[in-house]
Design a protein around this ligand. Structure first.
Ligand code: SF4
Length: 355
């Protein structure tokens, strides 16, 4: 791993110097080249999907940091970059003080134990030919974390019991297709946690579970996070889920962060029109508390040619001419130093245009 590096303050929010930063992204970009036919490539400039385009944030040790946005916002790609399942096109990824942006795979392997993913579809991330016990034990063997088979089995049993698969002996020898979807997601959580990671990148971890077990899984993840002092990067399209589990959240739109801050502050006083629209879509049981904000018009634009200026301007209900001309940057928006938004009309010199 490379030497420890000094990280400059994240432009996406004011850093809290009293807290220990576990993961930082600095101006991270990920562009995917578009494949062109040979003849096309002779006459056209190369084209790229700008999936992540200049994203910066810090995640403090022991917190749950959310990334939210619609499908196509770049949140999943950002999550994969954060734990180096993808290599960035530009920018820096700093984990526990070390720059891991371009670490070769051999060195990354040592780090994988400390940064574990949990994906949306547990079935797809399990080997159907391995029993539950073998699957959970696999990482322990790869990383040589136990001394013998008996210790491995013991650790697996303890972890299965800890995630609520009781009694663990009845699950140990079963195959993934022999258990329910909710139980499979518990296995995936056990498989990640048995390695003793510090950071979990959870990408829509409850989205494919039955509605009846989603709250239980979320409670389990929350309990484990507190008990083991884990740090989560929690990716979701659902702000109600985010409110339940996250301490802070970043809202992404078309590859960029448009608002970031304490989850309570963002819920109480969203400043970006896109965040307002996402919150308006959250079902609220009490009609007296329904939010009356318009939903964004149309679809998320094409990330190959994002709109000029503010990328949200074609869908923004309050856009002004300035919005298509110049790109807003993240600015502090309220008394809460953690709360920043990128909107000409809600921050800086143009605030009066919003009236
Ligand atoms: Fe809407 Fe303009 Fe603010 Fe963008 S900068 S969110 S277009 S008001």
């Amino acid at each position: 791993m490379s030497d420890q590096v000094q990280t400059p303050p994240a432009p996406a929010s004011a850093p809290d110097e009293t807290r220990d930063v576990l993961l930082s992204l600095r101006n991270v970009k990920k562009y995917f080249p578009i494949k062109q036919e040979f003849l096309e490539s002779l006459f056209n400039e190369p084209q790229y999907v700008r999936a992540v385009d200049d994203v910066s944030f810090d995640i403090y040790r022991g917190e749950v940091f959310g990334l939210a946005g619609e499908s196509g916002s770049g949140k999943t790609t950002t999550g994969r970059l954060a734990i180096r399942l993808l290599e960035p096109t530009a920018g820096q990824i700093i984990f526990d003080g070390a720059d891991i942006s371009h670490l070769p795979e051999r060195q990354l392997r040592k780090l994988r134990r400390r940064m574990q993913p949990i994906f949306q579809d547990p079935f797809a991330s399990m080997n159907p030919r391995m029993t539950i016990g073998q699957g959970v034990a696999h990482g322990l063997k790869i990383h040589k974390l136990t001394r013998n088979a008996a210790e491995t089995r013991q650790r697996v049993m303890e972890m299965l019991a800890r995630v609520g698969l009781n009694p663990p002996e009845t699950f140990y020898g079963r195959y993934p297709h022999q258990i329910s979807g909710g139980q499979r997601q518990r296995v995936v959580i056990a498989r990640a946690l048995v390695l003793g990671p510090e950071l979990i990148m959870a990408d829509e971890p409850i989205a494919m579970a039955d509605v009846s077990v989603r709250a239980v899984l979320l409670d389990l993840m929350k309990e484990l996070q507190e008990e083991l002092n884990l740090t989560y990067l929690f990716i979701t399209h659902d702000l109600a889920t985010a409110k339940y589990i996250c301490d802070r959240i970043a809202i992404m739109y078309l590859g960029q962060i448009v608002e970031v801050g304490d989850i309570r502050s963002i819920y109480r006083e969203p400043r970006h029109p896109y965040t307002e629209a996402l919150l308006a879509a959250v079902p609220v049981p009490d009609p007296r508390h329904r939010r009356n904000k318009p939903m964004p018009r149309g679809e998320i634009p094409n990330p190959i040619n994002p709109p000029s200026g503010c990328r949200f301007h074609p869908r923004c209900p309050i856009a002004k001419p300035i919005c298509s001309e110049s790109a807003p940057t993240l600015q502090p928006v309220s008394g809460d130093p953690s709360h920043w938004a990128a909107c000409h009309l809600r921050t800086g010199d143009y605030q009066d245009l919003d009236r």
